[in-house]
Structures are given as structure tokens and as C-alpha cells.
Design a protein around this ligand. Structure first.
Ligand code: ARG
Length: 466
């Protein structure tokens, strides 16, 4: 519920004001419609602050007990939908504090000792982003594990490898899946790093300059699960790097997801026919009965717009802001909330799609062999077996490709005599390297596509993630 009736003056800061805000002012000022999402963090932060004030002898035992009990009540009121949020009270901080006053009377006014909404919002938002960084990491781990399972199942299923979306060389689907494992693992480490950097507690910076009260910032930092308190009060209330880093990591991750989504869209076309999406992750057309659309993949491809949009949005909000807090910074939250929710949804959809997807090995293998994809293998064979310099071997192979094109046949179907016309050293053994299986099996260099290499990379990642 949100109560929208304006009050004559704000109880929290209205002392010097003769009249209440214009309704438009209230409208532009209020953040409660979205920052109520941080109610757990706000109440947790307040409880830690109150306990510290008490431990430092700033708050009496009685006041601390009633404040703590009141905050506990508010938490359950919000959780059970009994709390009335008010726009006139601007944000989550003042909504909670106002309710505390209703519940326990004047003692509520002591909670804000040695604190400001500036450090309060900074700590609340940090904790919210920190929680998200944790849950994104779990979602990424699940997705990586789904990719590893697919890679394992298809360690030796051949498919065309592409450059310029033109058939380049045969690769294995397992190897292709592992390319995404690498990307997702880098994303995972980016979220981990960002979490580590953001894990400093700004609470106690007060409005901007610190406070004269004998507070213990190390105690609140510890109580709220932070590594340590932030070291500069001005930076503490004006920094939003933690949100920017979260959005950067989210944008890069969403970029990766959009690339796989695009591949799934292409692979599931009847023209490619490499994969079939499960009914659970596709939709039909209301007019064309034959259609099965990869909507989930398209949406993952499209939703990156919101995530990267949020990053650009917040970078733009922060650009050029003088120290320390400015109200512009209230615009930091919605984009982050939306990006976090969107990324989790995309990761869940991708995990489901990849797990459920049926692979059409035959179509992949047929495509892998088309387009003279083993031409490089022929050139390499000429280098190895006939001692021909690679540039010359490349030229000879080019002529073999032209020959195959003329005969409308595959490289492996050119009669030996015709190949020998290109170079006398060519013998029957060349045909061993012209199949797609032989091609992938030969790519045993570290990080290459050979099934043996794929299997050892899967083992490496399983070990690393265990
Ligand atoms: N709702 C505000 C925000 O999200 C809280 C901080 C307000 N601070 C202030 N000095 N007005 O940024």
C-alpha cells in the first residue's frame, strides 16, 4: 500500500519549513515506490547502528531495547503486507523511522544519532548490490555446470566452426560450449572481484564529514558483514562505483548471453537445423501452425538493452557530480534493480534452454563437412608429408578446392590422380585427414578442439568449480 496524501510538513526535516511541498515536488522527490525494495537492508543497518550506539554508551539500554523491538516489528509488518508506505515520507529510511516513532514514541528519534540518510542509503544500497552479486554468482555457476554437461555429452560431436559466419574448420560442439564456459567463468570472477571491492562499510560517515560522537565504525562494519569500514567519509557518501561495477559486470555477462542466444536462434532455424528447442522454451505462432519460435533466446538477446542501458544511465547520472552527495544519486537504484532482476532471469532462461535443447548431430556433422572445411587439413598435410612451405601448400589446396567446386564434389571425393596433378608427392594417405573426424581429432594443441583436449578442459573446469 502507498498512502499518497501530502502532509503539511515533513516530520523528519520540516522544522524550518512553513508549508509542505507542492504535490509535484513530492512526486519528483519520492523514492519510496522503488527503494522499499531495500527494507531488509535498511532495518538490518539500523539495528546494527542502534546496537553500536548502545555499546558505545550513546544509547541507553531501555532505548536500545525498544528501538530494536520496534524495528523487528516493522520488518514483520512489511513482510506480511501490513505496512503502509507513504510518499510524503519520501523514502524507505523515513518511512521506517516514522513508523518506529508511531510504535515506540520519542525514543525513535535517537536512532538517527551520528547518522545521516546519506551514509544510510549508501550502506543499504551496498548491501543490496552485494546480495545480488552473490546470487548472480550462484546463477552463473549453475549455467556453467549446464554448459559443462552439454560439453561432456558432445565432446566429439562435430559441427562447423565459423569465422565471418562462413564455414571455417570443423570443431566439436563440446569445444563450442567450453568457449562459453570460459566467458561465464570470467563473468563469475568479475562479480567476485566487484563484491570484494564493494565490501567496505560506509555507515558512520554521517552526512559527509564523519561525526563527533564516539562511534565504532569497525563494529558496525563487522556486524553487517563488511570486511572493514570505508576510510574517507566524503567518498563514502558520494561513491557509487559498487553499483557501476555491478552493472559493468552484468553488461559484459549479458553481452555474452546475447551471443549464445543469437547462435541458438540461428541454429534452430529449419535452414540450419542444428538444434531443437524444447517446448518449454519456445512458443508457437497464432497464425502459422508450423512455427516454433525461439522466443526465450530472442528475449535474452534483446534484454541486454535494459542492462547496458542501466549502466550507461548510471554512468551519466554520476558524471560531473561534485562531492559529496547530490540528490541526482537517488536515480542510482531503479536501473540496478532492473538490471539485476533481468540478468538473473536471462541466466535462468539460458540454463533451461541449454539443458533442454536437443542436438541434431547428423545435421551438424553434415554441415561441418560442407564448404571444404577440411581444406586447412589438406594444406597442413602437404606441409607435413611433402615438406612443402605452408604458403605453397595453401596455393595448391586452393586449386584443389577449385577442382572440387568444378566437379561439385567434396575434397575427399576428388580422384587421387587429379590431386597428384597438383603435386606429385600426394598419395592415398591424404584421404585420412580429409574427414571432419580426423580434422578435429588432429587439433590437439593446448586449447584446441580435439575431443581429448575438450575432455581434459571439462575436467579442469569441474575441478576448479568444485
Ligand atoms: N532517498 C535518498 C536517496 O536514495 C536517500 C538519501 C537522501 N539524502 C538527502 N540528503 N536528501 O538518495
Amino acid at each position: 500500500m502507498t498512502d499518497t496524501t501530502s502532509q503539511t510538513g515533513n516530520k523528519m526535516w520540516g522544522g524550518r519549513f512553513a508549508s509542505g511541498p507542492d504535490t509535484i515536488m513530492e512526486e519528483i522527490n519520492a523514492s519510496i515506490d522503488f527503494d522499499r525494495k531495500m527494507y531488509v537492508q535498511d532495518i538490518t543497518g539500523s539495528r546494527a547502528h542502534a546496537k553500536m550506539l548502545h555499546d558505545q554508551g550513546i544509547l541507553s539500554s531501555d532505548d536500545h531495547a525498544t528501538i530494536d523491538q520496534g524495528l523487528h516489528t516493522i520488518l514483520s509488518e512489511i513482510e506480511t503486507g501490513q505496512f503502509t508506505f507513504s510518499r510524503a515520507l519520501e523514502d524507505i529510511h523515513m518511512n521506517v523511522e516514522n513508523r518506529l516513532a508511531e510504535l515506540i514514541g520519542p525514543a525513535a528519534g535517537r536512532l538517527h544519532t551520528a547518522r545521516s540518510r546519506n551514509d544510510q542509503v549508501a550502506v543499504d544500497f551496498r548491501m543490496w548490490v552485494r546480495d545480488q552479486a552473490d546470487s548472480v554468482q550462484s546463477a552463473l555457476e549453475e549455467f556453467i555446470s549446464a554448459l559443462l554437461d552439454k560439453a561432456d555429452e558432445h565432446a566429439d560431436s562435430v559441427m562447423p566452426g565459423f569465422t565471418h559466419l562462413q564455414t571455417a574448420q570443423p570443431v566439436t560442439l563440446g569445444h563450442h560450449c567450453l568457449a562459453y564456459v570460459e566467458m561465464m567463468a570470467r563473468d563469475l570472477s568479475r562479480f567476485k572481484d566487484a563484491r570484494e571491492r564493494m565490501n567496505e562499510c560506509p555507515l558512520g560517515a554521517a552526512a559527509l564529514a564523519g561525526t563527533g560522537f564516539n562511534i565504532d565504525r569497525h563494529a558496525t562494519a563487522q556486524a553487517l558483514g563488511f570486511r572493514e569500514p570505508t576510510r574517507n567519509s566524503l567518498d563514502s557518501v558520494s561513491d557509487r562505483d559498487f553499483a557501476l561495477e555491478f552493472l559493468s559486470a552484468a553488461s559484459i555477462c549479458a553481452t555474452h548471453l546475447s551471443r549464445l542466444a543469437e547462435e541458438i536462434v540461428i541454429w534452430s532455424t529449419p535452414q540450419f537445423g542444428f538444434v531443437q528447442l524444447s517446448d518449454r522454451f519456445s512458443t508457437g505462432s497464432s497464425i502459422m501452425p508450423q512455427k516454433k519460435n525461439p522466443d526465450a533466446a530472442e528475449l535474452v538477446r534483446g534484454k541486454i538493452g535494459r542492462i547496458t542501458g542501466s549502466l550507461v544511465g548510471l554512468l551519466t547520472v554520476m558524471k560531473g557530480l561534485p562531492l559529496t552527495y547530490s540528490k541526482d544519486m537517488q536515480e542510482d537504484k531503479e536501473g540496478v534493480f532492473d538490471a539485476a532482476e533481468t540478468l538473473e532471469l536471462c541466466l535462468a532462461a539460458m540454463t533451461g534452454m541449454v539443458t533442454d535443447m536437443t542436438i541434431n548431430r547428423g545435421a551438424m556433422e553434415a554441415a561441418a563437412g560442407s564448404g571444404y572445411s577440411t581444406a586447412t587439413d589438406l594444406a597442413d598435410w602437404l606441409v607435413r608429408e611433402a615438406g612443402i612451405p605452408f604458403r605453397d601448400a595453401h596455393h595448391i589446396t586452393g586449386r584443389a578446392v577449385a577442382m572440387a567446386e568444378e566437379n561439385t564434389c567434396e575434397l575427399a571425393e576428388i580422384p587421387l590422380e587429379e590431386l597428384q596433378a597438383l603435386h606429385t608427392d600426394i598419395h592415398q594417405g591424404v584421404f585420412d585427414v580429409l574427414t571432419v573426424q580426423a580434422s578435429v581429432a588432429s587439433r590437439t594443441s593446448f586449447g584446441g578442439t580435439a575431443p581429448s583436449g575438450v575432455r581434459s578442459q571439462i575436467k579442469y573446469w569441474r575441478g576448479r568449480l568444485a
